[in-house]
Design a protein around this ligand. Structure first.
Ligand code: F0G
Length: 418
C-alpha cells in the first residue's frame, strides 16, 4: 500500500495518491510515494516475484511491474503501459575490474532496456499514471534519453508528446529516437536547466509532466535495484556505483534500499557512490566541501552530455540516499570517462559516456584508498553504447589523426585503396 506525501519529513503533508501535483502545496518541496505496507512476509514475496517469471501476464513479463508490491497501485491491466522493460542482466566486467584495480565487479546494464536507457523503468509507471488520471499530452525537458523514452511510451499510450531539448547539445541518436516515436521537439537555446525552467514556466496544466521530479517515475526506477538484488541471490554488494545528473536515479536507488531494509528484505544497504562529471559536479563539490546547500554550476560542460546538468532538482533526495547508505559523491574528468568507456567496450559490453563515470569513479576511489580492492561492487550502466555514436567516432578520429595509439586502445579505422 502506498501514499503520496511531501519528501520533506519535517513537513509530512499527505495528498491523495493520484492527485496531480509535483510539489508540496504546503512547503514547496518535491513529493514522493510512501510505501506504507507490503502484503506478505519477505521470503514469501521474494518467491512470488520468482514465480511470476513463468507467467504470461504482461505485468509479470515486465521487470518493473513484476515487483508491484513496492509500486503505487490502483491501475487496471488495460491501462498499464509496458514494453517489457527491465529484465536486464548483471554481467561481470573482467577487463574493467583489472583496469580499476578491483576483483569483484558487476555491471547492471540498464542500457539494455527497450529504448536503450534506464528511463524506461520510470516511464512505464509515469505513463501508466498519466493515463490513469486522464492526461492527453505529456512533456519533459531532457538531455536526450528521457525524451526518447517518454516519446516511446507516449506513442504506446496514444498520447501527444512534447520534449524540450537544449539546442545542439543532444546526441543525434537520441534526437532521432524521439522523432521516430513521433514526439514534437522544442529546441531551447541554453542548457538542460534552461529547458526545464522553460517547460515548467510554460506548462499549461494540460501537459502531464514527466521529468524525474515526478514521483511515479522514481518508483519504477527503484525496481532496478530489486531486480539486481534478486540476481545477487539477495546477497547485498558492498558498493553500488551510479552516475549522477539531475539525481533522480540515485534518489530512486536510495529509496529502494531504504524500503527493502525497512520491510525486512535486506539487512543492510550497499554504500552508494554517486559519480558526476567534473564539469557538472554540484553534488560532488558540495560533498567535498561538506556543504549543506547545493550551489548550482552555472555553465555545465562535459562530453557526457546526458549528465550535463548544473542544477539537479532531486539533490536533497540524493543527499538523503548518501546519508542513509553511508555513501559518497565524487567527480571524474572527461578524459577519465573516455578511458573507462573504452575499457567497458573491451569487455564487449559498451555504454554511453555518462555510464562510464562509474568505472572511472571506482578506479579513482581505489587509488585514493577509499574503496577496498576486494569489495563486491555493482556499477550501474545507464545507457547503451549506440546512444552516442558521434562521441565514439570523434574520439577515434582524433586518435588516428594524432597517431597516439596505445596497445590498449588499438581501435582504428584504416583506409585501403582497392
Ligand atoms: N545516465 C544517463 C545515460 C542519463 O541519460 C542520465 C540522465 C543519467 C545517467 C543521470 O540520471 O538525471 O537521474 O541523475 N538523463 C536525463 C535525460 C537528464 O534527460 O535524459 P539522473
Amino acid at each position: 500500500m502506498t501514499e503520496l506525501r511531501c519528501s520533506n519529513r519535517a513537513c509530512g503533508r499527505k495528498l491523495a495518491l493520484h492527485e496531480r501535483a509535483l510539489a508540496c502545496p504546503r512547503c514547496g518541496e518535491l513529493l514522493e510515494i510512501g510505501l506504507v505496507r507490503v502484503e506478505g512476509e519477505p521470503e514469501q514475496v521474494k518467491r512470488l516475484w520468482l514465480e511470476r517469471k513463468l507467467s504470461n501476464d504482461p505485468r509479470d513479463r515486465s521487470g518493473v511491474w513484476r515487483f508491484r508490491e513496492f509500486l503505487p497501485g490502483g491501475y487496471e491491466l488495460e491501462e498499464t503501459i509496458t514494453l517489457a522493460e527491465g529484465n536486464v542482466p548483471l554481467i561481470a566486467g573482467n577487463k574493467s575490474a583489472a583496469w580499476a584495480g578491483v576483483r569483484d565487479l558487476w555491471f547492471k546494464h540498464l542500457g539494455w532496456n527497450p529504448t536503450g536507457c534506464f528511463k524506461d523503468l520510470g516511464m512505464t509507471v509515469g505513463i501508466t499514471e498519466a493515463k490513469h488520471v486522464g492526461a492527453k499530452a505529456v512533456g519533459c525537458a531532457s538531455t536526450g534519453n528521457t525524451a526518447a523514452s517518454l516519446a516511446a511510451y507516449a506513442a504506446r499510450a496514444g498520447m501527444e508528446c512534447r520534449v524540450y531539448l537544449p539546442a545542439g547539445q543532444v546526441s543525434h541518436n537520441k534526437l532521432a529516437q524521439a522523432l521516430d516515436f513521433g514526439a514534437r521537439v522544442v529546441q531551447i537555446a541554453g542548457s538542460f536547466d534552461d529547458a526545464l525552467d522553460t517547460l515548467l514556466r510554460n506548462s499549461d496544466g494540460e501537459l502531464y509532466f514527466l521529468n524525474s521530479i515526478n514521483p511515479f517515475r522514481i518508483e519504477g526506477q527503484k525496481t532496478a535495484m530489486i531486480e539486481m538484488l534478486e540476481q545477487f541471490g539477495w546477497r547485498v554488494p558492498d558498493y553500488l556505483v551510479c552516475p549522477g545528473g539531475n539525481l533522480g536515479n540515485s534518489s530512486a536507488f536510495g529509496k529502494a534500499f531504504e524500503e527493502l531494509q525497512q520491510f525486512g528484505f535486506i539487512e543492510k544497504a550497499p554504500r552508494m557512490v554517486i559519480v558526476q562529471a567534473a564539469g557538472a559536479n554540484p553534488l560532488a563539490r558540495m560533498w567535498r566541501e561538506n556543504g549543506q546547500v547545493l550551489r548550482p554550476v552555472e555553465r555545465p560542460e562535459t562530453v557526457a552530455t546526458a549528465i550535463r546538468i548544473g542544477n539537479p532538482r532531486s539533490w536533497k533526495k540524493a543527499l538523503h540516499a548518501l546519508q542513509f547508505t553511508n555513501g559518497m559523491a565524487i567527480d571524474v574528468t572527461d578524459e577519465e570517462i573516455g578511458e573507462a568507456k573504452e575499457i567497458i567496450g573491451r569487455d564487449g559490453i559498451g555504454c554511453e559516456p555518462a555510464s562510464a563515470t562509474t568505472l572511472a569513479g571506482i578506479r579513482k576511489l581505489v587509488r585514493a584508498g577509499q574503496m577496498e580492492p576486494d569489495a563486491r561492487i555493482a556499477a550501474v550502466l545507464t545507457g547503451h553504447a549506440l546512444k552516442d555514436t558521434d562521441y565514439i567516432i570523434k574520439r577515434f578520429q582524433k586518435r588516428t589523426e594524432s597517431g597516439s595509439q596505445t596497445e590498449r586502445s588499438s581501435s582504428a579505422v584504416e583506409m585501403h585503396a582497392h
